[in-house]
Each structure stands twice: as structure tokens, then as C-alpha cells.
Design a protein around this ligand. Structure first.
Ligand code: FAD
Length: 511
């Protein structure tokens, strides 16, 4: 009799950063995972500097910190990029005139950001956006995945799949593989999304963007920095790194090879300077096509990362959005597989993450509107520039770009912390909340050690770490329930006498 194939709990298509991070989250929660990656070799020059540079947002850095791998992604390991210090107070003298990020190329500066407006932000290891490279991030995640027992098969392309009410059969690399669930983390041109019939809706591109590394005959002929011109935008960093945007309706992208003659022609057209390109070392193109799947789940098949949403790299948010998907999905899917999830938990993945994705897509569209080579866009840019230079403006843009404004709508709980990333409370013994999230469980932190609340401890051992400890700064709170992804599910305000009863109700419900 032929042996039945092993059925994995989860099959993941794609070992990019999102697939790898999701695999780690699922494995941490104790489920079996097989990752299928089409490329034989994870290495690529496009994942190294300069093109492989990625800005990690505060929610991403918090996620890495909460899993104990923040220092491994740290830039001290990546030569060629300046590592900003992670300080408890981004607003200090050394930060004066230090750029904090940009919106359509309009920079905001640290000295204008009023962090006192972030009432629930506590000093901790994560303060502001930090750059890394795709190569570093993927290598850290792949090493962690292997160490905790994730199986990764490289050189194995997912071609198609069929799902039943109990499992998914994936045809990949000439074999049929069985999983109880399939997650498509296979990038913008996702096979899983297409063969799963997911609706993908959005707006068509207005431009082709280029990132090129060239040798120019006279490197001083072009002005360095970012420039809006009558025909597009270019950004030049000596000696030969150029990003440029050609408003061609996205016509060039992936339709023809990127030749030296073409790059020279586009560069001359956009810059208005008769530069001569002597050599083309590296080149890639992208567009501002902004599309999103209308749902991230169909039966036993889910999408995460670029497979679920694509947009221009302006403002650098795609990777962060995808890693946020993985952090949100991992514990929910694992809990569903273990039979511990309350009704609707898995569907809250689409509800919560689709809303955040839609905001990011609109953020990228708004930047395109300012970049268009038109008189009205230049006027809009001038107004935005004025706003960005105000304290409230800089603070707003920092919140959006760094991701500190992210709040899920759970449809319950009116305390401003509910749905937000948990403040990194420092406990009486000097440990911090983030450290208790490393095992991938949620945390109940009760500052006053109310015994009725802790009575529930045994019931939730598998899913929550229960701690009774005072904290250094209470922020007007006396107990907090934090989900495994670090977001606040429930809070007891300090003056709320009825919170024990309310918490007990919450726990009974969650059970
Ligand atoms: C120039 C540029 C700059 C950017 N800068 C930033 C930034 O600063 N910050 C930021 O947050 N984002 C940035 N982004 C976006 C970011 O790189 C992507 O959003 C991110 O890489 C998405 O990760 P992913 O794992 O979802 O997809 P990908 O990185 O595309 O990985 C998908 C993986 O799936 C594999 N795969 C594909 N099809 C199959 C298949 N059929 N079977 C098996 N495997 C398959 C691929 O080989 C790949 O390994 C930038 C993008 C570009 C182009």
C-alpha cells in the first residue's frame, strides 16, 4: 500500500521576508510549516546595497524586538549604512536637523517632531525608523526559521493548487504536497492569488520608476539630491546612484530590456541635462500600480505581503506592511489550527490588515499626486512643504511614516490604548513587557496583582503569560491584556473599579 503524503499544518509559497517571518511565527506557535521557494539561491545583488536598502518602521522593529531578533537585523552588521541610535528620546540635541523620513521627497526633521503628543509611547529599544538590507533581513529570518524547525524547499515553484474543506493540495516542483492551510507570500505576481481567484482591485500606473547604478562621463553635470522637473523626478547620489520617475503611464516597466541607451535617453529627458552614460552596472524598474486583494482569505487559502497588496516603493512601506500581515496572521492561524480560536478570529486578519493596507496604498497614491509634472502638483508640493515644517505637521508625518499611528479597530473597548501597540512597560524587577512576548504567547500584566483576575491563569497557560507586577510608569492603567502580536486587546484604567469583573467577562468570552 502506498504511504499517504505527510500533511503539513501550513504550506507557505515564497521565502521572501514575509513568508519567512510568517513561517517563524507559525513554528513558534507549534505548528508544522513547509516553505516553497522558486529560487534556488536566496542571494541577489538587488537585495544588497544600494538597491536592497529598506527602511523598517516602528511596528516592524517592535515585532523583531518582541521575538528577540532586533539586534541581529541591526545595522552595525551592515557596512555602508549609518545606523541611527535607538534612543528613548528621538527629540534631543543630536537629532536637530536629522531627517526623520519623507513624503514625496519632502523631508521632515527630528527637531520638529513633538513626541510628547504620543501619550502612550514609553522609552524603549525602538524609537524611530531604521534602515537595513533585504539580504540581512532574509538571512536572519532564514537562520531563525531553520533553527526552530521550519522546512524550506528552494528551487520549488508553486504552480497551482486545489482546496477541499479539510486540506489544500499544492502542485510544486513536480510533486503534490498536502497542507491543512496554504498562505501565498509569493510576491506581487502571486500565483496563489491568481489561481485562487482572489479579486485584486486598484489603480493603474502613471509612471515607470527606475533605480540604476551607472557611470556618468561627467558626474558633476547632474545636481545631487532630489529634483522635480517639467517631465518627472530624479534623485542623484554621487558617483552613480540614480532613481528617476518617468510619467509614461508605466509603459516601459517589464516590457523591454533596460539598456544603457534607454537609461541615458530617460535621464536626459527628465533632467534636461545632456549626460552621457558610460556604463550601466545595475538597473531595475517599478511602477506606482496600487492594487489590493478584496479579501485576504478564501477558505483554507490566505494571502500576505506583496501577494495581497502592491503599491509604489515611494515612502518605503511595502515590506513593513507585509511583515505586519505576518505578525497579525501567525498567532491567529496557529490558534485556529490548535482548535483554540474563538469564532471569527481568523477572519479578523482580513478585517484588521485590509484596512491598514488600504491606508498605505492611499499614502503612496497621495505622493504620486504631488510628484506629477504639472503646475498644480508643484503648488500642492509647496503647501505640503510648509505643513511638514510645522511641529504638528512633522509630528503627523512621523506618525504616518514611522507607523506609530497604527491602531486596529476591534469594535470594542473605548480606551485609547485598545488596538494600539502595547507600551513597553518596565516591570519592578527591570524586565520589560516585550521580553515576555518572545515565546509568541499573549501577556496579561496586572500591576496590582488582583487575585480574581489571576485565578484565570491556569485556564490560559497555553495562550497567555500571566504576570502580577507593578511597573515603573503606569500611564493611568492598572492591567493590560496584550495579544501575541503585541497589540492591546483590553485595558483597565486605574480609576476603573469594575475592571476585575470586566476582565473576567473578557476571559470567559475568549475561552
Ligand atoms: C526599489 C524598491 C524599494 C523598496 N523600498 C522599501 C522600503 O524602504 N521599505 C519597505 O517597507 N518596502 C520597500 N519596498 C517594498 C518591499 O521590498 C516589498 O514590499 C517586500 O519585499 C515584499 O515582501 P514579500 O515577502 O511579500 O515579497 P517578495 O519580497 O517579492 O518575496 C516573494 C518570494 O516568493 C518567491 N516566489 C514568487 N513566486 C513563487 C512561486 N510561484 N512559488 C514559490 N516561490 C515564489 C519569490 O522568489 C520571492 O522569494 C521596496 C521595493 C522596491 C522595488
Amino acid at each position: 500500500m502506498k504511504d499517504l503524503p505527510f500533511t503539513y499544518d501550513v504550506l507557505i509559497a515564497g521565502a521572501g521576508p514575509v513568508g519567512l517571518f510568517l513561517a517563524c511565527e507559525l513554528r513558534l506557535a507549534g505548528v508544522s510549516v513547509l516553505v516553497l521557494e522558486q529560487a534556488e539561491d536566496p542571494g541577489s545583488p538587488l537585495k544588497e546595497l544600494p538597491f536592497g536598502m529598506r527602511g523598517l518602521s516602528v511596528p516592524t522593529l517592535e515585532a523583531l524586538y518582541r521575538r528577540g531578533i532586533l539586534s541581529e537585523v541591526s545595522l552595525s552588521n551592515v557596512s555602508g549604512i549609518h545606523s541611527p541610535k535607538t534612543s528613548s528620546a528621538p527629540h534631543c540635541d543630536n537629532d536637530a536637523r536629522r531627517p526623520g523620513g519623507h513624503f514625496a521627497g519632502i523631508q521632515f526633521f527630528h527637531d520638529k517632531i513633538d513626541v510628547s503628543q504620543w501619550q502612550y509611547h514609553l522609552p524603549g529599544p525602538v524609537a524611530t525608523n531604521t534602515p537595513t538590507t533585504m539580504a540581512t533581513l532574509e538571512s536572519v529570518l532564514a537562520t531563525r526559521a531553520a533553527a526552530i524547525g521550519v522546512e524550506i524547499r528552494r528551487g520549488t515553484r508553486v504552480q497551482e493548487f486545489q482546496q477541499s474543506s479539510t486540506e489544500v493540495t499544492v502542485h510544486a516542483g513536480g510533486e503534490d504536497l498536502q497542507g491543512r492551510w496554504l498562505v501565498g507570500c509569493d510576491g506581487g505576481r502571486s500565483v496563489v492569488r491568481k489561481s485562487g481567484g482572489f479579486e485584486f482591485v486598484g489603480t493603474d500606473p502613471e509612471f515607470t520608476g527606475y533605480s540604476v547604478q551607472v557611470e556618468i562621463e561627467d558626474p558633476d553635470a547632474l545636481a545631487t539630491g532630489r529634483h522635480y522637473t517639467a517631465t518627472g523626478m530624479f534623485m542623484y547620489q554621487k558617483p552613480g546612484n540614480i532613481s528617476m520617475v518617468d510619467f509614461d503611464g508605466g509603459a516601459f516597466h517589464r516590457t523591454r530590456p533596460i539598456t544603457i541607451d534607454h537609461v541615458q535617453k530617460v535621464l536626459r529627458h527628465i533632467s534636461g541635462v545632456q549626460v552621457t552614460v558610460l556604463a550601466l552596472h545595475q538597473a531595475t524598474t517599478w511602477t506606482d500600480r496600487a492594487f489590493q486583494a478584496t479579501t485576504y482569505r478564501k477558505g483554507r487559502v490566505l494571502l500576505a505581503g506583496d501577494a495581497a497588496h502592491i503599491h509604489s516603493p515611494l515612502g518605503g512601506q511595502g515590506l513593513n506592511l507585509g511583515l505586519g500581515d505576518a505578525m497579525n496572521l501567525g498567532w491567529k492561524l496557529a490558534s485556529t489550527i490548535r482548535g483554540q480560536a474563538p469564532d471569527g478570529l481568523l477572519d479578523s486578519y482580513t478585517t484588521e490588515r485590509h484596512a491598514i493596507g488600504a491606508q498605505v496604498l492611499d499614502w503612496s497614491r497621495a505622493q504620486v499626486a504631488i510628484m506629477r509634472p504639472s503646475r498644480s502638483s508643484r503648488a500642492l508640493e509647496a503647501i505640503f512643504r510648509d505643513l511638514v515644517y510645522t511641529t504638528d505637521g512633522a509630528t503627523y508625518f512621523a506618525e504616518r511614516v514611522w507607523g506609530t499611528r497604527l491602531r486596529y479597530d476591534f469594535g470594542c473597548g473605548d480606551h485609547p490604548l485598545v488596538g494600539c501597540s502595547a507600551p513597553d512597560f518596565e516591570l519592578a524587577d527591570g524586565t520589560r513587557l516585550g521580553e515576555y512576548l518572545r515565546g509568541g504567547k499573549g501577556v496579561l500584566l496586572d500591576f496590582d496583582g488582583h487575585s480574581p483576575l489571576l485565578e484565570y491563569r491556569n485556564l490560559f497557560d497555553e495562550q497567555f503569560v500571566c504576570i502580577a507586577s507593578d511597573v515603573k510608569e503606569r500611564l493611568g492603567v492598572s492591567a493590560v491584556l496584550v495579544r501575541p502580536d503585541g497589540y492591546v486587546a483590553w485595558v483597565a484604567a486605574e480609576d476603573d473599579e469594575s475592571f476585575v469583573e470586566a476582565a473576567s467577562r473578557w476571559f470567559r468570552m475568549a475561552r
